[in-house]
Write a protein that binds this ligand. Structure first.
Ligand code: SF4
Length: 216
């Protein structure tokens, strides 16, 4: 924009960004945890995208951005940004519904605190009802004690809430992938056994080293 011969750069927030043949939706920079390895402590974003938001976008604003994309180009549309998406649960639900009405595959990447963040709601039923296809849950530890040290959740009993969320999602028939970071403090084999017991897939995420890691 040029005003009185002065060029003013208007930097737009990155609401959606592409990576790995997926389109990611960045809803918030807030989180109910404070993981020692959180990418927010080291960078402004991933894959060359600046994911710091000047404000959180509304449902209409997210849909407006999605409408401008050819969504058929992507394998999945994924809620994952520089924060915990389920702090904007109503937006997750409404945008998922909009995407599922158009037959796109939708994944939620989450820290699994969704029931603690949204008390009084049947969060799994609501996710199921809007047709979410899969959920990737960041477990990150084989015990509550270690989880609290690594992830520093603001809610009490967060670790058991994460396990309950995974169990409930599987019971509802939603595909779940349990993830951990490849941090030396984490007993990855034990976490894998927990994932198997919870009838979930398991994935080890590369710890933040470069710009090329998916969040969660
Ligand atoms: S849950 Fe995710 S966004 Fe939140 S602090 Fe941990 S790594 Fe960061």
């Amino acid at each position: 924009m040029v005003i009185n011969n002065v060029i003013i750069l208007i930097l737009m927030d990155t609401i959606c960004y592409e990576a790995y043949k997926n389109l990611y939706i960045n809803l918030t920079n807030r989180c109910s945890g404070d993981c020692i390895f959180c990418i927010r402590n080291f960078a402004n974003g991933v894959n060359g995208y600046d994911l710091r938001l000047s404000k959180e976008s509304s449902i209409d604003e997210v849909i407006e951005v999605l409408e401008k994309q050819d969504l058929s180009e992507y394998d999945e549309i994924v809620f994952a940004g520089l924060g915990e998406p389920t702090l904007r649960f109503e937006v997750v639900l409404a945008v998922t519904q909009w995407l599922k009405n158009r037959n796109f595959k939708v994944r939620l990447n989450t820290n699994g605190h969704v029931a603690l963040i949204n008390p009084g709601k049947n969060v799994i039923l609501e996710l199921k009802n809007v047709g979410i296809d899969s959920i990737s849950v960041s477990l990150n530890a084989e015990s509550e004690e270690k989880y609290n040290k690594l992830c520093r959740p603001i809610h009490k009993n967060a670790y058991s809430a994460v396990l309950d969320f995974i169990k409930g999602a599987r019971k509802a028939g939603i595909c779940v992938r349990v993830t951990v970071v490849n941090l030396f403090k984490i007993d990855v084999d034990n976490c894998k056994m927990i994932a198997e017991k919870l009838d979930s897939e398991f994935h080890v995420r590369a710890l933040y080293e470069s710009k090329n890691n998916e969040i969660y």
